[in-house]
Design a binder for this molecule. Sequence first.
Ligand SMILES: Nc1ncnc2c1ncn2[C@@H]1O[C@H](COP(=O)(O)OP(=O)(O)O)[C@@H](O)[C@H]1O
Ligand SMILES: [Mg+2]
Length: 274
Amino acid sequence: MASDNRNFPRVIAVTSGKGGVGKTNLVGNLAVALSGKGQRVVIIDADVGLANIDIIFNLRPEYNIRDVVSARKSLSQVMVTTRHGIKIIPGGSGFAELTQMNEGEKLSLLSEFESLADMADIILVDTGAGISSNILYFNAAADECLVIATREPTSITDAYALMKVMSQNHGTRHFKLVVNMVESEKDAKTVYASLSGALDKFLKNVVLEYTGYIPFDRSLQKAVQKKALVMDVAPGSHAASSISEISDRLLRSRGPNSDGNLTFFMNKVLNTGT
Ligand SMILES: Nc1ncnc2c1ncn2[C@@H]1O[C@H](COP(=O)(O)OP(=O)(O)O)[C@@H](O)[C@H]1O
Ligand SMILES: [Mg+2]
């Protein structure tokens, strides 16, 4: 219940303007890093186009959120648990239909999601890429919005476009940035400088916080080939240590969008769609 003063899970949306920039790998590896640091982590796979969190954990979930919406299953029946103890809520195309749900379905989904408050410290949402309304709702409802970009001009332009729409249409004023697939931190800082420079110039009052980088690392690609996570199969790799640093940074900070209330999060997700 929202009346006690226990800590509510922190909801972090991981998103990008352009696809294929490393969201799913960041979510999966970050979950492993955070759970290794004692956090109870739940992943919501809300990428309706390319839901593949289950693949990198080498899991084959039988059900997804759609079974919860239709009241065939409870959230705990749909949830799968990894060997790290991370809980995954498979989305598939189920989340695409959020906006078409009737009031009864919304209420039942909402009450199911309330149960998450007791089992998670951090909820990571893989929201997918782009500016479709579904993605924007999830990003806007989360406590924190973590944008991932690479140094490709298209990725930078699309990240800017995403933050522009989020700030103009949803009032989001604070974003976190992770730069992926770079040679060095210097390159990551260049990407950060160009994005935050553009925000300063064209969108007043929007803050972009540098949250770290992940180097281009073959170990990560090899892990993906094996349907595994670099954090598990190559913990000493450069990619794994960078992701561990990102998890430390996240644990040290808390987003200013935070209202610390999971029910509030789901309410926002479900209501803005109508
Ligand atoms: N740091 C990295 N180093 C090397 N390759 C990477 C890195 N991050 C991602 N990739 C490659 O990019 C592909 C897409 O990553 P993924 O996490 O699925 O992106 P998204 O979820 O944004 O579509 C991965 O399968 C991998 O081959
Ligand atoms: Mg993905």
